[in-house]
Design a protein around this ligand. Structure first.
Ligand code: CUA
Length: 340
């Protein structure tokens, strides 16, 4: 097996391991109010269209059966009987009326499902969502700028509260989708959009990009953590803090490596001199559930491999390889994983 094939298999196994700790990604396993109404609509559509399909197939089979069992030579010219013609007309008209009625009924249930997408629980929480090639940025606004939270790759939601997502794209068209929680919404550059989301039970789910957006579209994923309002508040408070200074000689050296290398040209770590917004904010990178578009579990080993050669995991990604010597790489990743 070639080195590239081995890396692909390893990335696949890591993704599966990651998938094991999150809920099943499915519109048929709803964990949100909006997803529940979409699921109901899905079942209605399936039931109606399956019944129509079964009836059409039964009528067609009956026609075939009758033509095969009819006596007389095969090349006999069939002359229409007026009585049969009139009966056929009535059947076609009845089928047309029934189709129109069914379509109107489906249209009505669709309208009802859409109405359920309106907010109900007072003032919603607002989160700004930015789509980048190929990662997601979630910003929790606060009147006090020092309390704002930036959480790349991980969307945290308090259960039982409406959340309004303000969606913008940094580059090309993306599409925000969390199958278990809500429908899709496109992010079109220059056209801000919004989407309501409302978790009804705790759980961890996967969100994804549902619009082809380039080389790593398929790995443009994120983790959605639905948690109790108390846990959410604790998370938000912790994320708004500036991390304490490195506690050990190794993490202290790691911070020096970070600040002396090209890392700080693209990333922010609050409390240090690094304040670039090109790549994801790393202030609390150690607390995130996953790395690299939710393709890698967040462990020091995966972080080392990712930093040394991001192209091996996600070819085409904008992060360049970093030729650090091993001790520096170990110290750097020890520092980053300590940022919780
Ligand atoms: Cu972003 Cu596909």
């Amino acid at each position: 097996m070639s080195a590239r094939a081995r890396r692909t298999v390893a990335a696949g196994i890591s993704a599966l391991a990651l998938a094991g700790c999150v809920g099943r990604s499915s519109v048929l396993d709803p964990a949100g109010r909006y997803a529940l109404s979409l699921e109901r609509q899905w079942w209605i559509n399936l039931g109606v269209t399956a019944a129509v399909f079964a009836i059409v197939m039964a009528v067609a089979a009956r026609g075939v059966w009758k033509s095969r069992t009819r006596g007389g030579p095969r090349d006999e010219v069939i002359r229409p009987v007026e009585r049969h013609e009139r009966r056929g007309e009535r059947i076609v008209l009845a089928a047309l009326a029934l189709s129109a009625l069914l379509l109107a009924g489906l249209g009505y249930t669709d309208l009802v499902a859409r109405r359920a997408l309106k907010p109900v629980t007072g003032e919603p929480l607002v989160v700004k969502v930015t789509g980048h090639q190929w990662w997601w940025e979630f910003e929790y606004q606060d009147p006090l700028p020092s309390n704002a939270v930036n959480s790349p790759g991980a969307l945290h939601l308090p259960v039982g509260r409406d959340v309004r997502l303000e969606l913008v794209s940094h580059d090309v068209i993306h599409s925000f989708w969390v199958p278990n929680l809500t429908g899709k919404r496109d992010l079109i550059p220059g056209h801000p959009a919004s989407l309501m989301i409302h978790a009804t039970r705790p759980g961890t789910f996967v969100g994804e990009c549902a619009e082809f957006c380039g080389h790593q579209h398929a790995t443009m994923r994120f983790v959605v953590v639905c948690e109790s309002p108390a846990r959410f508040a604790a998370w938000r408070t912790a994320q708004s803090q500036v991390p304490p200074p490195p506690a050990t000689a190794e993490t202290n050296h790691g911070r020096d490596v970070f600040l002396a290398s090209s890392c700080m040209m693209c990333h922010t770590i609050r409390g240090t001199g690094a304040a670039s917004r090109v790549g994801p904010d790393l202030t609390h990178v150690g607390s995130r559930p996953a790395l690299a578009g939710a393709t890698l579990p967040n462990t020091q080993g995966h972080l080392m491999a990712w930093i040394a050669d991001p192209q091996a995991t996600r070819p085409g990604v904008k992060m360049p390889p970093n030729a650090l010597d091993r001790d520096d790489l170990v110290a750097l990743t020890a520092y980053l994983t300590s940022l919780r």
